[in-house]
Structure formats: C-alpha cells, structure tokens
Design a protein around this ligand. Sequence first.
Ligand SMILES: Cc1cc2nc3c(=O)[nH]c(=O)nc-3n(C[C@H](O)[C@H](O)[C@H](O)COP(=O)(O)OP(=O)(O)OC[C@H]3O[C@@H](n4cnc5c(N)ncnc54)[C@H](O)[C@@H]3O)c2cc1C
Length: 510
Amino acid sequence: MSERLRSVLVLGGGSAGWLVAALLAAEHPELTITLVESDEVPIIGVGEGTWPSMRDTLRCIGLSEAEFVRRCQVSFKQGSRFDRWIRGDAAAEGDRYYHPFMLPVGHGEADLAEAWAATQGHRPFADVVSPSVQICEAGCAPKQLQTPEFGAVANYAYHFDAGLFGQMLREHATQRLGVRQVVDHVEGVLSQPDGDIAALQTRGHGALAADLFVDCSGLASRLLGQHFGVPLKSQRQVLFNDAALPVQVPYAREGHPVATCTIATAWAKGWIWDIGLPTRRGVGCVFSRAHADEDEARAALHAYLDATGAPSERAAPRLIRYDPGYRERFWVKNCVAIGLASGFIEPLEASALALVELSAQRLCQELPMPRAAMATVARRFNDDFSYRWARVIDFLKLHYALSQRDDSDYWRAHRDPSTWPEALRESLVMWRLRSPARHDFGRIDEVFPAASYHYVLYGMGFRPDTQPLSAAKLQAARACFDEASRQARRFVPGLPGHRSLIEHLFKSVP
Ligand SMILES: Cc1cc2nc3c(=O)[nH]c(=O)nc-3n(C[C@H](O)[C@H](O)[C@H](O)COP(=O)(O)OP(=O)(O)OC[C@H]3O[C@@H](n4cnc5c(N)ncnc54)[C@H](O)[C@@H]3O)c2cc1C
C-alpha cells in the first residue's frame, strides 16, 4: 500500500479557504494544513446568506454558536422571501411568496401540492403547508432563548458579515485547530515531471510544498484556471446576471426589527437582495450587463433603498463583475478548486457557500488517501460536482422561467424555453402531471431537495394538472394543512422576537 498524503496547502483566505482549512484540520489532526493568503488581493467580502448546513459545519469545526453570533454580526435566516417575481406588481404584498427552510408538514407522505391546488390554491402554498411564513411575518426567532446551541424549533441558517466571518475562522483555525497561516503572494507554480504541483512560489516565503493543493483563490482561479487552464463553462445563455452592486446601509432607527429571511425583490432587469444583520443591512443589486447598464442598476438600487427607509444619497456601492459559470473540472492532478475558484453563478438562494461546505466535507471523507488513488477520487469528485452545479442552475432558472413578467427583454428572454436547460424543460413537463418527488433528485446531499422545488414552483404560480384525489388522500393532506396551522398558532406566541434572541446570545458570551 503506497503512502498516504500528509500535507495540504490551501491557497486563499476568503470564506472558502478558511472553511476548508478549518474543516480539514478538525477532521484530520494528523494532516499538516497550511493556508497562504495574499495581503495584496482582497477577499470578495460579500456572501452573507447561508444554508442550514452551516450549523453542522460550525459545530463540526468546534465553534460555539453564541460566540459566532457575537463576533460575526449574525442574524437567523429562516428562508427567502420573493417579492415581485411573479408579475412585477407595483405593490409587492400581492406578488410575494416564501421559500422557507422548514419542510412542509407531511412532505413525502401526503399529496400536498395536489390537495392544495384543489382546495386552497387561492392561498400561497408555503402559507398552507408550513408554519414558517407566519413565524417570519411575525418577526419571531426560529428558537427559544433556552434552545441548545444549533438546535431549532423552525429550521434555520444564518446571515452574517462576511469579513468578520473570515476573521473568526482564521483565528479559530490557527489558534485552536493548528492551521499554519502564511501571508504572502503566490507568484508561480512549480511542477513535478508528471504535471502534479510540487510547490507554490511565494514572494517572501520561498516555495511552499505540499502533497495536495486546494485552490480557494477566488474568481482569479489561480491554480485550476490559470495554471491548469481548465476553462469556465459559461452559463450566461441560461442565467444572464453577471454583475452586482453591493452596499451596506444603516437601519432607519436603533432597535429596528431584523428580518429573519433574505428578501429578494425582482426589478425590470435583475433583482435586489436585502439581508438584515443586527446593526446594518446588506443590500445589493444583481443585474445582467447585456440588458442593463450600470447607471440603470444604480438607479434601481437607489430607488429600492429610498423606498425601504435607507436614504440612498450616501450609499456608494462598488461594482463586482463576473462570468456566471463553473469549471469543466474541479480536480486536476493533485489540485482541487473550491469556492469562487471553481465557479459562481449568482447570489440567488445562497448556493455558493453550501457548495463550499459540500466540497470540503467530501475532501474530508477522501483524505488521507494514497497518491495512487487520486485519479479515481478526482474523476468521481468531478462527476458529482458537475451534477450538483447543473442542478443548482436548474433550480435558479426555475425562479425566472416561471415568471409572468413582461416588462423587459430580460424577463422575456428568461421565460423563453430556448434559454432553459434541457433537464429543467423535461422536469417541468413531468411536474405538470405530478409534483416533484424524491426520486427526481437522485443523489444524496442534493443542494436543493424536492421540498425547495415545491415551494418555488407553487410560489411562482405553477399548478399541477393532476387527476382528482381520492377522498382518503384529500383528507390526509387536509390533516397536514390543519397541523401546519396548529403549529403556527402554537409557535408564534411562544417564540421570542428575532432581535431578542440575538441580544440574549450577545449577553450570554463572557
Ligand atoms: C455579489 C455576490 C454575492 C454573493 N452572495 C452570496 C450569498 O449570499 N451566499 C453565498 O453562499 N455566497 C454568496 N456569494 C459567493 C461568496 O461570496 C463566495 O462563495 C465566498 O465568499 C467564498 O469566496 P472565496 O473564498 O472563494 O474567494 P475570495 O473571498 O475572493 O478569496 C480569495 C482569496 O484568495 C487569495 N488570493 C488570490 N490570489 C492570490 C495569490 N496569487 N496569492 C495568494 N493569495 C491569493 C486572496 O488574498 C483571498 O484571500 C456571493 C458572491 C457575489 C459575487
């Protein structure tokens, strides 16, 4: 049996690099983990919305939730709210739906979608099948003050300040998990005769050698893209957004309620995210440069800020440009790319950090491996993650494809089936006949499970065209709807306000 890999070098100190380094160090204390980051290349500094998987990730690396909340300006995210995506109504209240993280009551057991369409189709799907919407609208936290760390009454993820998150991970990984940090700029790659990377050439620390290299160098994709020349598979023809204008704005007054979901508001040529943190909001306008120029996007962002109580005159958003897509392969020779270095589509539904977590977990499972096994591990990794990226793209496109908006070429192009991925086109034909089922999403650890498709499909106004249900099936589904209402009546008065939970956790840390 050949010798197993002993050392890993992570290139890049953004959220991806530090998450990978921390997870590897926590799971594999026998490995030597080094992270090199440049003080000349800033981190992207956005990426404030997560997926519930982040709770397991933080627990796994040994962080306390209260410490995390205190240090990273954390709020609790129970899902996303979509305003003006269906018709683009002037009044968002009538053009709104939720994608909560909580599964529908009776999901996978009762014929919820069919029964909802037959009996309650005038009400939004999520309102009928889950107590989450009422919890979010009432501004409640997803757990009690006494609920144990990472435990939930309603499923949740987090919003946080990306810069603070990176700092906390760096400190935790270096001081408690034994990761060695090198602050230096990588100028070159030294190769073995067989094409493996032997070392990264730095400006001040010489050559840094390792057995395995993880490219977390951000959009530059320094190793996978630049050194190995693996092309980006552009998705511009499917998901047109390729620029964003993020900005941080204060609340209108102290003690303002903190939203417990990401608010995504569509505009004529893109959409705007709004994430509430305890002391500020993070807002950003996402758009397609083929359909809108920067001035139009700035005007849309400013109009939104003015309308939501954050006067725009002092807001100075910076422009981020990117090519939406993912690499043709992620693992080549002894190098694997994770985070923006592997691809980026757009911020909708916060899939990027979830993919970082899945990639890092997979790496943890494969290590320590002998070099001889790496080609097989790489081939399987590449297959699995190509599949995951393709599913993420289907799911994101669903939000646009089903819109009835007709107020710009942007929306008309999104609605045109020729811009839909083939798999999504096929699925939509099937989902007219029956609702999405678990077997439509065949792999373990799907980024977006069937329940997510239910919420978005039926939230966007899609209706299953099914045969009438038997009386027994209708009754079983109705019992689930009743249970969801009962839970809402029980949880809403029993849960603390969102801000109260955050303040409680702030105080609970010494
Ligand atoms: C507009 C926008 C909104 C987003 N919103 C979300 C969201 O809500 N949720 C979500 O999950 N994700 C979101 N993302 C994605 C998210 O920001 C990233 O996935 C996450 O921050 C990880 O970034 P990263 O670590 O890969 O790259 P970066 O943060 O860019 O870090 C790159 C690192 O590489 C280092 N580096 C680069 N070149 C060199 C070199 N030559 N030598 C040494 N070091 C080098 C840099 O110094 C830096 O430390 C968003 C992205 C964008 C663009």
